[in-house]
Design a protein around this ligand. Sequence first.
Ligand SMILES: NC(=O)c1ccc[n+]([C@@H]2O[C@H](COP(=O)([O-])OP(=O)(O)OC[C@H]3O[C@@H](n4cnc5c(N)ncnc54)[C@H](OP(=O)(O)O)[C@@H]3O)[C@@H](O)[C@H]2O)c1
Length: 327
Amino acid sequence: MKAVVYDKKSHTDKLVFCDIDKPVPNDSEVLIRVHAVSLNAADYRSMKMGIIPKRKIFGADIAGRIESVGKNISLFKPGDEVLGDLASYGFGGLAGYVTAPERLLVFKPQQISFDEAAALPMAALTALQALRNIANIQKGQKVLIVGSAGGVGTYAIQFAAYFGAEVTGVCSSDNVQQTLSLGAGYVIDYTKEDFTEGDKRYNIILGINGGYPLSAYRKMLTSDGTYVMVGGSLSQIFKSILFGRLLSLGSKKFKSLSAKANKTDLEFVVKLLEEGVIKPVIDRRYSLDKTADAINYLKQGHSKGKVVINIAFALTHPFLLSLRLLA
Ligand SMILES: NC(=O)c1ccc[n+]([C@@H]2O[C@H](COP(=O)([O-])OP(=O)(O)OC[C@H]3O[C@@H](n4cnc5c(N)ncnc54)[C@H](OP(=O)(O)O)[C@@H]3O)[C@@H](O)[C@H]2O)c1
């Protein structure tokens, strides 16, 4: 099968598009023919930190069709369409096939495309868990989403609106309309306005991107407000973890999120997508052989929603591949 394999000796972005053996599922795994993968900061950050998956293949968020199942599998059968986040199971999605345990997978409804399904797991669950589990979002609260235009931010706006909050997004000029169209009542263009100087106070601030001073966030919280550190620059993440307890002295809370793959949450999110309550925003699509370009684009930090890799059938099917090569 075709795959994008990490090779630290390679000069071209350390990602090599090549042929490798198809994985063989064990008794407790399914074999999935991957149709689409969405990229996350976890892919390039793990790479940068030298945390390399066992099979040297990145790509956590996958959507595809089950090809075969191990003998202990009871929920799925060949032909079922599924999606899931495999970050806790060694990644492996940037390939024609991947193996996975059934606990990480949910059914993909027919009416949702593979691209949309792949765009869901990690980013949507991060936004959901930050707002619902960590910040305990309530109807009518004022929520500030700093970094409203990327993979996590576009879902955060939609979930906060779904929970009945008044949403303010922070993004650059290019993304103002997108932020409003996803359900934000207000938007602050950080290229024109220093939003940390505003008078408005928020019950919840999600720090998804950017590296704004934590003291400014503290000032912008209501007296019992909660700041949730989701992501941003590495220094911002370390500062939030180091000083979170100190900044939480008093009634304002500074918390950090470590999002987890969760089948119930993913089923909930899929249902909201089916009902048209949320929608994935897909910025760009790349073919598998252009994965390095896709990762370089994502790394620049200004994607508008999700970046998806299509694992074209022609790349994984030997007959179609030979036709393609003859053409
Ligand atoms: N805690 C967890 O469990 C967890 C889980 C998943 C992800 N994360 C982290 O969450 C962060 C965001 O992930 P993502 O997938 O959403 O990334 P992403 O899609 O790459 O985010 C790109 C977006 O960030 C916005 N942005 C860049 N600089 C900004 C700034 N100074 N102020 C406001 N917005 C800014 C950009 O909007 P503009 O172009 O408009 O600037 C762009 O749309 C990453 O750091 C990731 O590591 C954490």
